[in-house]
Design a binder for this molecule. Structure first.
Ligand code: TRP
Length: 330
């Protein structure tokens, strides 16, 4: 027990999908057993891309329902919303003084965002990884579960904290990435990562009927044009999703597909059944939680209180080391 402190943040994207679950949430849940975990919904980061923010509060609520129903446990972990602990913005400003601009403009995600929203290359977008560094530093976390796309940010976080430690004395442990075991989960288009922005996802909280409807739109082996054509499971994304939900029947499904004993429609129906069966307990718990909206509010308030106790201490120490006067001591 207690191998260290985990921190991870996720943007408030509302209802979570299968990709979020397999790629992140499942991992968050299992880390609770061996680490002290802090999980944060990063609403301030979301403000860097304004189109994400029109339903911010609703998205935070829906996402928390999914987290709780999936097994994130407020008895074991601190679950909170980033802006509820405003100390992070102070630390963000202070760490910004140690961050060369060149480090930030070289970050691949910055370049990509700048390409995607040339009309809104704002200062916050450049500072995105510094805010992420402040998240990690504020809670002195050493273990950071993230996807591969976040590794450049984490490298930067390490550089900034190293620089702080060097200039002002040992304050922050060096955070290490903890990558998930799972390979990338592709969306229903079979081409891109499952994501809200590509509309190629299945929500965890979808009804069984809606799940079936979405699965039916999935792209399969493009070379299989007729029901009588043999299929190639190794190039079919529906088959790769079967790995997660119908594992005991995997070999059977593959050979039936290759022999054209089942068609893609049959195969999709099997997948939808598998997903619906696997998610039934989750969906049941989620419906119970959704009937008590006040409970989510209480969890988040309690999480913010516990997070703030840690944050206030770190920030006071940082300010003192940097030569500022912590508190109103003047
Ligand atoms: N940048 C992360 C993302 O876009 C979210 C994030 C914010 C985060 N702060 C963090 C992840 C701290 C890990 C640790 O997905």
């Amino acid at each position: 027990m207690n191998r260290g402190r985990v921190f991870s943040g996720a943007r408030p994207t509302g209802r979570q999908h299968l990709g979020n679950y397999l790629g992140a949430i499942q991992n968050y849940v299992s880390l609770q057993e061996a680490y002290e975990c802090i999980y944060c919904i990063v609403d301030i980061h979301a403000l860097t891309t304004l189109e994400d923010t029109d339903r911010l509060q609703e998205n935070i609520h829906e996402m928390m329902l999914d987290w709780l129903a999936a097994g994130l446990d407020p008895q074991k972990s601190i679950l909170f919303v980033q802006s509820d602990v405003p100390e992070v913005m102070e630390l963000y400003t202070l760490l910004g003084m140690l961050t060369p601009l060149g480090w930030l403009t070289r970050v691949p995600t910055f370049k990509e965002k700048a390409r995607m929203q040339p009309h809104n290359i704002n200062y916050g977008l450049v500072g995105y990884p510094v805010l992420m560094t402040a998240d990690i530093a504020l809670y002195r976390a050493d273990t950071i579960p993230v996807g591969e796309d976040q590794l450049p940010h984490l490298e930067l976080a390490r550089e900034i904290m190293r620089r702080f430690n060097h200039l002002f004395g040992e304050t922050f442990p060096e955070p290490r990435a903890k990558l998930t075991q799972f390979p990338l989960v592709l969306g229903l288009d079979g081409a891109r990562k499952m994501s809200k922005s590509y509309n190629n996802y299945i929500e965890l909280a979808a009804s069984p009927e809606e799940t079936l409807k979405r699965v039916m739109t999935a792209v399969t082996d493009p070379a299989r044009r007729y029901r009588s054509d043999p299929g190639r499971p190794e190039v079919c994304n529906v088959y790769s999703l079967h790995h997660f939900f119908t594992a005991p029947r995997l070999d059977e499904i593959a050979s039936q597909c290759r022999a054209a004993e089942i068609g893609c429609v049959d195969c999709k129906k099997l997948l939808a059944q598998g997903i619906n069966a696997a998610l039934e307990p989750f969906r049941h718990r989620r419906a119970e939680l959704a009937a008590r909206p006040q409970h989510v509010v209480e969890v988040l308030n309690d999480g913010a209180r516990r997070a703030q106790a840690i944050a206030a201490q770190t920030l006071a120490e940082v300010k003192e080391r940097m030569g500022l006067m912590p508190g109103a001591a003047r």
